[in-house]
Structure formats: C-alpha cells, structure tokens
Design a protein around this ligand. Structure first.
Ligand code: NG1
Ligand code: ZN
Length: 551
C-alpha cells in the first residue's frame, strides 16, 4: 500500500469513528444494528467491497437494509460477483475491520489483509461497487458513508442505483458481471416477459373457476410494495391490489416476518378479505409468504415458505417427467434437490420425501442453503420464513436450450416442447442470485393458474405440525455452539441431554436452539402434535436455556 493510499485511509476513517463499546458481527445477513450505530461500519464495508471488487476484477454489490427489522435499525451486506452472498472466507475479516477501535489499527488490518490476499492496489483493475438501499430514512446518509469507504480506495467507483429491493441489487450485480443489460428496467422486462410466457403456456382445461386472478399483497410499507405498485399494470392475467406500499411505518404490524410469526392479518387486512388469496412481502422484498383470512376473524391460514417450496417442487418435477417421456431426443437425467433448514415444518419435509425428492438440511442462512442448492441441476431452497429461490445449473440450461430448439422444429406446441420452454421460463423468472419475493410471487401465481388451484387447495397439500418459536435473551449467545445443521447443541455440555429429555415427553416432539445471526438472542423452535404441546415444549426448553446460559 503506497503512502498516498495510507493517508487517504487514515484521513477518511478518522471521520467515521466506531461507536464505543459496540461489537458487531457479520451474521447470517451482514451487519445489523440500530442505524445510529452504523456509519463507521458501513464506511468500512465500503472499503471491503472495493477490495473484493479489485480482487475479483468484477462488480460487487453493497446493500443497505435491515430487512424485516424495525424501521430504526439498518444494516449492510455485500453481494459477490455471482450475485450471491459475500464469500464466507471474508467474513472474519469483515468482523475484524468493523470492530477495529481506531484508524491506525484499521489501517494495519487492511495492510495485512491486502498482502495476504494478494490484492493489487496499484496498476490493477479499479474497484466498481453498485450501491443500493431500501426505504429506511437512515439509508441515504449510510449510502454516503459507503461511498466514502469505496472511493477512499484509489480509483474506486461507487455506482449509486438508489432505492431497490435486496434481490434487485443482487440480480443487477450478477447481470453486470455476465455482461448483460443490468438496469432496473431490464429486471422488470425479464420477469414480466417470462411470467407472460408461462401464463400463455397454461393448458386451457386448467383455467378453472377454482383459481381467480385476484391477489391482495401486503407490501410491509417497504420497497417491495412500492415497486409492485408500479409493476402491476404490466402483468396480464393478474389483478393485484397492493396494500401497505409506503404510507405506514415499515414492518410495524405488517410484512412477511410478522405474518409468519404471529399468524394474524397484517395492518390493512380484515374479515372482509376472507377467502381471497393474499401474499405478504418483507421490508426488503426477499421474503414471501401467502395467507388467507379466516372468516369473521383476524386469524389467517398461513401458506409459508415450505409450502411455496412444495408447490415449486411439484411443478418442476412434473415438467421434468413430461420432458423425460419423449424418446426421440438425447436424454439427460437432471438432478432435482430440495434444501431446507431445521425451521422447515416437519410435515413439509415428510411430504417432500414422500414425493420421492431428495431433501437436505443446512444451517440457517441463505449462504448455506444457496451453496447446497447449487450442487443440483435444479436446486430449490426455501426457509420457512419465505426466503428462497430455484437454481439451475449451466449444464442443464444449455441442454434445455438445445432440446427446446429441437422440439420447436420437430413438435412445436407438444407437451414436451411446453415442458422444456416452461422450465426455461422459470429459470428466467426466478432470481438466480438470491431469494426474491417479486419473482417468487409471479411464479406462484403462474403455477396456481397452471394447476387450476385455489389457495385453499394449495394449502391442503399437507397439514403443518403445530410449532412455536421463542427468543431468549442471554448474557452471551455465542456460548451456544451447534452441530448437525443446528439440530443439536454441542456446547454448553449437558444442555442437549436436558432438551432431549423434554422432547421425549411429547408426541411428534422436535425442538432445537441456536444463536440468532441477526439479533442478540438465542432462538428456540419447537414442534409437536398439538399447539398446546408445541407451546409447552418451547417454554420448557426456554427455561433450560436460561438455566445454562444466564450466569
Ligand atoms: P437469524 O436471526 O440468524 O435466525 C433470520 C432468519 C433466517 C434468515 C436471516 C436473514 C429465522 C428463524 N431466522 O436469521 O432464516 O432469513 O434472518 O434475514 O427466520
Ligand atoms: Zn428480507
């Protein structure tokens, strides 16, 4: 690092002192905290993004959002060149620089890291970072801090793409690095075109009375609602009523996280919506759940991420089967895999296995699910909370393109041809970079129309086991170390035996605890054959967590 670069770093970082006594960790979704604590962190993540861009010779993304957290929080995360999450190899360094106490120790860390990672600061490619943010009021000033971080690396360019959903930013990073058109307009163009294509391909006999074109969407008073309100007029065959698209307080009594955890209607919905298909996005539109309002009540029937996954899996399996039926073309045995976390409802896992699908569990966090799903030709991953997507391998996609062309000339309009083109359309509609509520919603809508299913019919695929999630405040949540995709606690010693003894008291009992990656709590999840039993199991395990960790 030359002298000019060193002075630039020392000078700029002295303008962004870290708040005293705050220790931050990159977590499951980047850094998150009260927005007033984040300027220094975002500035430093700007530096990190610039270094990552130089090292990879690619465009990197930096997103300012705290997703479903309350409006006074904010957060920052990095999108790697593929559009996926920052490589896990860099996370410890992200933690180290975020927590460096002063400009000199920050400079020392950067100097060592640049050497260790062979990052060429002079004469190599210049850093290019796409900067996006959600609608939080604190976003604008945090974007300025990020710009300072990016540009204090010599030659670094910050490209401010304004207010976007998190998945749009990830999509743009991926598109830019593939050398294709990457504006927000192109994003809409791609999803609207592939959605229309799927809708046009629907077998006429399935356009039944069971499924109508009306959908009500809760936009969480965030960026997703705002974007969908603008997008909806270009969606043929679908009539969307968007509520909560920006007038109320972000995530307050609204949004996918609220709906999924509380199982009640979001603000602006009520008994008059009973029976209608409804969906809810989270604050940055990377989560999606569906629900229907029960008559004369504020309660809902929740259709969560596990059921979205099941719907996608059914449809894709069917398309692959139809494609496989044809004998006249070179065959390709595409691998189809399903990836969940321990939070997936046990009934969903059982249902998916009964369909003959391969189901794998990973620890919580998109990075783990995504990595695993990428091992298949078609990998579908979803968290119960509604974050997920479908990944297609390059090999499979190029085979599919060829077959589609072949079928288009030999048997245009045949079932096989439609199956091939449906699969291609899904790969274009669904975000290949990260879970995306807007494109996920359009795929759900297209499949429901294709099946001729109402939301009630979809919800009947299987019956969820009653479950309960609790948060426990402890002195130090990092004292909880888990194993086996977070299904068991390895440390503190003895706690797992105590949990097992509780689980054994319940029919269909299942329970696990893990430290949250986004909040300062330990989470408890319990499942059992009745709601009372699930509540009671969760509660007893919460007491155990207290006993072992409140010292
Ligand atoms: P943590 O706080 O680590 O449980 C939560 C979600 C994750 C994931 C991240 C990122 C639950 C139980 N956990 O993580 O699945 O979505 O937020 O937003 O829903
Ligand atoms: Zn989110």
């Amino acid at each position: 690092m030359n002298q000019q670069q060193r002075s630039a770093l020392l000078h700029s970082s002295s303008l962004f002192p870290p708040p005293p006594g705050v220790k931050l960790s990159y977590g499951t979704a980047g850094f998150r905290a009260d927005a007033s604590l984040l300027e220094s962190t975002v500035f430093r993540v700007g530096i990190l993004a610039a270094l990552r861009s130089i090292q990879t010779g690619s465009v990197i993304g930096l997103m300012i959002t705290a997703s479903h957290n309350q409006v006074s929080d904010n957060g920052v995360k990095i999108a790697d060149p593929s559009g996926g999450m920052l490589t896990q190899l860099w996370e410890p360094f992200a933690d180290a620089i975020a927590n460096a106490p002063d400009p000199n120790s920050l400079l020392q860390l950067l100097d060592d890291f640049v050497k260790k990672e062979n990052i060429t600061l002079e004469g190599g490619p210049a850093a290019r970072v796409l900067l996006g943010r959600d609608t939080r009021p604190s976003g604008a000033s945090l974007v300025e801090a990020a710009k300072q971080g990016i540009t204090c690396i010599t030659g670094g360019t910050a490209i401010d793409v304004g207010v976007l959903t998190t998945p749009q930013l990830h999509w743009m990073v991926r598109a830019k690095n593939k050398g294709v058109e990457a504006s927000e307009h192109h994003y809409y163009d791609q999803i609207v075109t592939s959605f229309s294509y799927l809708m046009d391909n629907i077998p006429r006999e399935n356009s039944s009375k069971d499924v109508n074109d009306k959908l009500i969407v809760d936009g969480a008073d965030g960026v997703g609602g705002e974007k969908l309100e603008k997008l909806k007029s270009s969606l043929k065959y679908l009539s969307i009523d968007v509520r909560n698209y920006g007038d109320g307080v972000l995530n307050e009594g609204v949004g996918a996280d609220y709906v999924q955890k509380e199982k009640v209607v979001p603000r602006g919905f009520g008994p008059s919506d009973a029976g209608i298909r409804c969906a809810s996005l989270d604050g940055d539109a990377d989560r999606l759940v569906y629900f229907s309002v029960l008559s004369n009540s504020n309660k809902i029937d929740l259709v969560d991420g596990d059921k979205i996954l099941s719907l996608f899996a059914l449809f894709l399996k069917e398309q692959l089967r139809i494609l496989d039926d044809k004998a006249n073309t070179s065959s390709y045995k595409a691998s189809l895999g399903v990836v969940q976390t321990a939070y997936a409802n046990g009934a969903s896992t059982e249902y998916l296995k009964q369909l003959g699908l391969e189901v794998v569990l990973t620890p919580t966090g998109v990075k783990y699910l995504h990595e695993k799903a990428a091992e298949y030709d078609i990998g579908i991953y979803f968290e119960a909370n509604g974050h997920g997507t479908i990944l297609f391998s390059e090999t499979f996609l190029s085979w599919l393109e060829n077959i589609n062309n072949e079928l288009s000339s030999t048997s245009k309009g045949s079932d096989q041809h439609k199956a091939a083109s449906n699969l291609l359309a899904v790969s274009k509609l669904i975000n290949q970079a990260v879970g995306d509520a807007l494109s996920g919603l359009l795929l759900v809508e297209a499949i429901l129309q294709h099946m001729g299913w109402s939301i009630q019919k979809w919800n009947e695929l299987y019956q969820d086991l009653p479950s309960r999630q609790l948060k426990v405040k402890v002195v130090d949540r990092t004292a909880v170390i888990t194993g086996n995709a977070e299904t068991v606690v390895v440390s503190p010693v003895g706690i797992q035996e105590a949990i097992d003894a509780e689980i054994a008291k319940y029919t269909k009992g299942r329970c696990f605890v893990r430290p949250s990656g986004t909040e300062d709590v330990v989470r408890v999840y319990a499942e059992a054959s009745t709601q009372e039993a699930a509540d009671s199991l969760a509660h007893s395990v919460m007491v155990i967590v207290h006993q072992f960790l409140w010292f």
